[in-house]
Ligand binder design. Structure first.
Ligand code: 13P
Length: 255
């Protein structure tokens, strides 16, 4: 059985003190535990240490994720962060391949694949994003496009524990637009992702990999997504920036 995951991607929001405040608020909201739901928050890089301290001090029921990583161990890569640096401050997860990074920073599937390998070498769980543009969706090529991303992003990965690799399907046209995919739209692609994972890794591993939906997921629509067979949780942007709305989404997943 796959454990549900609700992950909050704070994107480029929250100064250090604001991040600490949000993490503390969330720790209080979730003080009674999160049942069998894995909860993850992904603050900006400069806020990671502050949120790690809140998690430790308040014994918070959520894990820490970075939003990006570089695949080299160290060296002359100005502005980048290595996996061992994330590990050293207590990040256990890292988002990779978000469409905003693919789009604005021209990240390729080959690079995303290298990032996944580098993270996994340090025991950090990649939350690897995929998803199609509106143009591709309107051309009816979304399933084919996303499956191709999955094949490239997972190329050569050795997964022995499927709970340690997570995929997030985020249709680009639904991100930050208020335009959500329907639960059936999400299932169509998440189901195709699962079928591709069976081909790549075999049934047993594929059955254990969580596939999240992301794109205008909110407290009032999350339940519909979670009902779907191949949707194992959500990667939440805007609605993760307030402790109460994010905690509501966690509670929906616990129900
Ligand atoms: P929104 O929930 O703000 O649409 O963002 C989704 C997302 O991109 C999460 O990574």
């Amino acid at each position: 059985m796959r454990k549900r995951m609700i992950a909050g991607n704070w994107k480029m929001n929250k100064t250090f003190s604001e991040a600490v405040e949000l993490a503390s608020g969330l720790a209080k909201e979730l003080a009674d535990g999160t049942g069998d739901v894995d909860v993850v928050v992904a603050p900006p890089a400069v806020d990671l240490k502050g949120v790690a301290e809140v998690i430790e001090q308040e014994q918070a029921a959520f894990a820490l994720s970075a939003q990006n990583v570089y695949w080299e161990e160290s060296g002359a890569y100005t502005g980048e962060t290595a996996p061992n640096m994330l590990e050293a401050i207590g990040a256990t997860h890292c988002i990779i391949g978000h469409s905003e990074r693919r789009d604005y920073f021209h990240e390729t599937d080959e690079e995303i694949n290298k990032k996944a390998k580098a993270l996994m070498a340090h025991g950090i769980v990649p939350i690897s994003c995929c998803g199609e543009s509106l143009e591709i969706r309107e051309a009816g090529k979304h399933v084919e496009f996303v499956v191709d991303q999955i094949k490239k992003d997972t190329e050569g990965l050795e997964i022995t524990d499927p709970s340690k690799y997570v995929i997030a399907y985020e249709p680009i046209w639904a991100i930050g637009t208020g335009k959500t995919a329907t639960a059936d739209d999400a299932q169509e692609v998440c189901g195709a992702i699962r079928a591709a994972l069976v081909e790549i890794f075999g049934q047993e591993i594929a059955d254990g990999i969580r596939v999240l939906y992301g794109g205008s997921a909110k407290p009032d629509n999350i339940a519909g997504f979670l009902e779907k067979e191949d949707v194992d949780g959500a990667l939440v942007g805007g609605a993760s920036l307030k402790a109460d709305s994010f905690a509501d989404m966690v509670r929906s997943a616990m129900a």
